[in-house]
Design a binder for this molecule. Structure first.
Ligand SMILES: Nc1ncnc2c1ncn2[C@@H]1O[C@H](COP(=O)(O)OP(=O)(O)O)[C@@H](O)[C@H]1O
Ligand SMILES: Cc1cn([C@H]2C[C@H](O)[C@@H](COP(=O)(O)O)O2)c(=O)[nH]c1=O
Ligand SMILES: [Zn+2]
Length: 192
């Protein structure tokens, strides 16, 4: 039975690395994974998934207007698809998460999604909300705060390194803008 997986974590926990490792695993068994990532996240150049340890692979891009079921059906007409790997899945819309459940249930292809659970304000992203609700398997990937506890929150910093409490949910960036911390240090950074 194909299943939908949601691998979630704070930033810098190895999500992209794990995705690329999964892809490698499928390929070394002679199978074909299809990788998608969000078009808006262009930190490492468009059309690839890159991990901080330097691995990278070509990827299809999705944006919020795409019908992912139709895209995958189209790809499937030209080649066999053994699994679908989605990076930055927090940026999926509710409709797209539903479309991916159809890929699992109607096309019988496993879908593995990797992304953030919550934003810098501690609010769920839309994609993550529906993955938490609808995925068959929820898997937490862990990273640690500077204090050694599990880091399950992410701080967004201004240019001076101060934690920001408000702003747009989406702002692409890396270690320069964001720091993953435990809940205690998240509250402390925001003076709560
Ligand atoms: N040069 C390196 N050697 C080994 N590990 C590294 C290196 N640079 C970064 N990392 C580790 O890679 C992880 C981040 O991987 P990445 O897949 O980019 O994370 P995510 O997608 O969750 O943001 C962190 O655990 C970080 O410590
Ligand atoms: C917390 C948070 C993050 N983002 C953006 C920043 C990055 O571009 C991605 C996450 O990258 P990862 O290292 O692959 O996990 O998401 C954002 O837009 N808003 C936020 O609150
Ligand atoms: Zn801490």
């Amino acid at each position: 039975m194909a299943q939908m997986y949601f691998y979630y974590s704070a930033m810098n926990a190895g999500k992209s690395t794990t995705l690329l490792q999964s892809s490698f695993n499928y390929r070394e068994r002679g199978m074909t994974p299809i990788i998608f990532t969000a078009a808006i996240d262009d930190r490492y150049g468009k059309g690839k998934v890159s991990s901080r340890i330097g691995l990278q692979e070509e990827a299809e891009l999705f944006n919020s207007a795409d019908d992912l079921y139709a895209r995958l059906l189209d790809i499937q007409h030209g080649q066999k698809i053994d699994c679908v790997l989605i990076d930055e899945c927090q940026f999926l819309t509710k409709e797209q998460v539903y479309q991916l459940t159809e890929v699992v249930d109607k096309l019988h292809i496993p879908v593995l999604c990797y992304g953030l659970r919550s934003d810098f304000r501690g609010e769920l992203f839309e994609g993550s909300r529906y993955l938490l609700a609808w995925a068959d398997k929820l898997v937490e990937l862990k990273t640690i705060c500077h204090c050694g506890r599990k880091a399950n929150m992410v701080i967004r910093q201004d240019e001076t390194g101060r934690a920001i409490a408000d702003g747009d949910q989406v702002e692409i960036g890396g270690n320069d803008r964001y720091v993953s911390v435990c809940r205690k240090h998240y509250k402390e950074a925001l003076g709560r």
